[in-house]
Structure formats: structure tokens, C-alpha cells
Write a protein that binds this ligand. Structure first.
Ligand code: AMP
Ligand code: MG
Length: 334
């Protein structure tokens, strides 16, 4: 039941993100399901090398293949293999996943653990992967706080093996799976001859080429139903959103959302309601949306000043909207 509820919330964000692309009729539209959410492809124009149907077939196959490697709910996935075995001996890892994990650990270091791929055990204890979740032991959870386990992953570039220095943690790529998948779809679209297209992956958005020979206008939501805060008009980009409303679990009438602060092992209590990060890399936009959520608005803005590699639209819990300097003129508040 809770899984269904979370899914409904994810869909609300997705629809909100899409609503302003209705003027031009896509040549082809297809909706599928991957990574526990809906994905919609809208192909507006191709160069004719491949049919839009064939491009979407390849895109769906790509997502299925990637999900098979990343899912922690599939026993045979690359990530499950690591989670089960890497604390006992170095595990030979699929080359693509090896480099993905290495990049993720770099981002964990860069964000001082605000983005942390080693919080799997904590999310598991909170019940986010259970159909019948039980209220966790808060004292036990607290004992997982502040461990910085991403520093305990050992990479061997020559042999492409990964080793965990102890068995107290597991990897969870839930914060970057969709963003990374969009990076792969961006490459696939370029190679397949998509001239203009859009992918809405459960609220994470990829825009390719031009819309109506111009920029794309994307509605930005604060994560609540009907919570459109404004519109952003930009050239092709990748958008990732993290918010406290789209996935949560309830114990004793209290809602606990899914974005964990590794320093406390509890859902982040930052002042951010929702943050959308925009970049030409989906991996980075997705990782930093999660990181900015955990950092809170001040630290996120300081991070942006130091590393202006992404743009952001951040809504705090009081409903104030903050837009990064380089895109402020492209944003129109609702
Ligand atoms: P997102 O919605 O992109 O912010 O990703 C949230 C998902 O990433 C959660 O559902 C967890 O699977 C995982 N996660 C939770 N907290 C963190 C964190 N601080 N860093 C990295 N992944 C996290
Ligand atoms: Mg993310």
C-alpha cells in the first residue's frame, strides 16, 4: 500500500514537470515502467536513420539492462553481488558499474557525505525496501550515524575489483539511478538520430535538441500536488529533483521521508522542501539534488559558489524559492 502511495506522489511530480510542452505534437510517444516508476518518451523529430518506435524499443531495453545491474532488490544484480560479497574479498565488477561507483564515491567526497551511496543498510532498517515495514529501533539506527562508509570502498583500477573494508554497510544507488540512466539515453538518442525529444523518468527530465526550434520550458514543482512554483526555459539539459514529499513511510502517525542524512542516520531535517538541479550530466544533477537537499539551502548555495557545475531551483520549507545566478533570468515564478 505504501509503495503504491509513494508511486502516486512520484507521478504527480512527473506530470507537473511536463505540463508546458503541450503545444508541439510529438511524432511519437511511449510510456513504459522501469526503476519502480513510469518513464515517458516523446520523440518530436528524428533524422530518419531509425524509426521512433525502434529508438524507444532500444531505450526500454537499455533501461531494463541497467536496472538488472543496479537494483538492490534483484539478488543477481551487480550491486547485490557487491553488497553480499565485497566485504569478504575483492569482487570483479562489470566495467560500466565499476566506473559509475568510482564517480559516485568522488561525489560523496566532494559533498562531504551529503550524497552517500553507502546508506543502503540504513534505508533498509527504516523499512523502505519492505512490503510490511516495521518501526525501526531508533537507538540501533543512531549507531549507524556518521560512519562515512564511502571512504571504506577500495577500488582496484587494474583488475576492476571492489572491496569493502567492513561489512557494516551496503550500497544503494537510488539517488542516481534515474539520472545515470538519462545520461545513457542521451547517448542512445544522439546515436539513433533523435533531433528533438524529451524523456520524463518519474520526474527526472532529459530534453534533447530544440523544442519548436527554440528552448524547452519545464514546470518546476515543490513536490506537493499542484505545487508548481514556476517555469524554467532553457536549451537541452537534464533535470533531477529531490523532495521530501514523494516517498515516505509512516510509523505511529509520523511521516519519515526517504532522504537520509548520513550524519544522523535519520531522514534529513534540512530546511529544503524540494530542489531541482540542472546540468548536462544526469549523474551529477541527480547526485547533487540529493546532496543539496541534505546540505540545506545555505550550504547548497555555498557549494554552488565554489563549484558552479550545476544550476538549481531550491524551495525551502517556508515556501521561498532560490534560483542560481546563471539561470535566474530564465525562471518565471508562478
Ligand atoms: P533522490 O530522490 O534522488 O534524492 O534519491 C533518494 C534515494 O536515494 C532514496 O530513496 C535512497 O534510496 C537513496 N538515498 C537516501 N539518502 C541518500 C543520501 N544522503 N545520499 C545518497 N543516496 C541516498
Ligand atoms: Mg538524486
Amino acid at each position: 500500500m505504501k509503495r503504491i502511495l509513494s508511486l502516486i506522489m512520484v507521478l504527480c511530480v512527473a506530470v507537473a514537470m511536463l505540463c508546458s510542452c503541450e503545444n508541439q505534437i510529438p511524432e511519437y510517444t511511449r510510456t513504459s515502467f522501469a526503476f519502480d516508476t513510469y518513464v515517458t518518451f516523446r520523440i518530436f523529430k528524428t533524422d530518419g536513420t531509425n524509426t521512433p518506435e525502434a529508438i524507444c524499443d532500444s531505450a526500454i531495453a537499455l533501461l531494463n539492462d541497467l536496472e538488472g545491474k543496479l537494483s538492490i532488490e534483484k539478488e543477481e544484480s551487480e550491486i547485490s553481488k557487491l553488497n553480499n560479497l565485497a566485504a569478504t574479498a575483492p569482487v570483479k565488477t562489470d566495467e560500466q558499474i565499476y566506473w559509475l561507483l568510482k564517480n559516485c564515491v568522488d561525489i560523496s567526497n566532494f559533498t562531504e557525505g551529503a550524497f552517500d551511496i553507502t546508506l543502503g543498510e540504513i534505508s533498509h532498517l527504516w523499512g523502505f525496501y519492505s512490503d510490511e515495514p516495521e518501526k525501526p529501533d531508533f537507538d540501533k539506527l543512531s549507531s549507524f550515524a556518521g560512519k562515512e562508509n564511502y571512504k571504506k570502498i577500495v577500488f582496484d583500477d587494474e583488475n576492476k575489483t571492489i572491496f569493502f573494508k567492513d561489512d557494516s554497510f551496503t550500497i544503494d544507488l537510488g539517488a542516481v539511478g534515474k539520472g545515470y540512466a538519462l545520461d545513457m539515453l542521451k547517448t542512445l538518442f544522439a546515436e539513433s538520430g533523435v533531433v528533438s525529444g524529451l524523456v520524463d523518468f518519474g520526474g527526472s527530465i532529459l530534453t534533447v535538441g530544440k523544442y519548436n526550434e527554440g528552448s524547452w520550458t519545464v514546470s518546476v514543482s515543490d513536490g506537493t500536488k499542484d505545487g508548481i512554483v514556476g517555469k524554467i526555459t532553457l536549451p537541452a539539459a537534464l533535470y533531477s529533483t529531490s523532495n521530501a514529499s514523494n516517498r515516505f513511510i509512516e510509523y505511529d502517525g509520523v511521516k519519515y521521508h526517504h532522504i537520509i542524512d548520513g550524519k544522523t542516520a535519520f531522514p534529513s531535517e534540512s530546511d529544503v522542501q524540494s530542489v531541482t538541479v540542472i546540468c548536462d550530466s544526469g549523474l551529477i544533477s541527480d547526485a547533487l539534488s540529493t546532496a543539496f537537499f541534505v546540505m540545506g539551502k545555505e550550504k547548497a548555495q555555498e557549494f554552488y559558489k565554489e563549484y558552479p557545475i550545476t544550476e538549481f531551483i531550491l524551495i525551502d520549507k517556508s515556501g521561498n524559492t532560490y534560483v542560481s545566478d546563471s539561470i535566474v533570468n530564465s525562471f518565471e515564478a508562478e
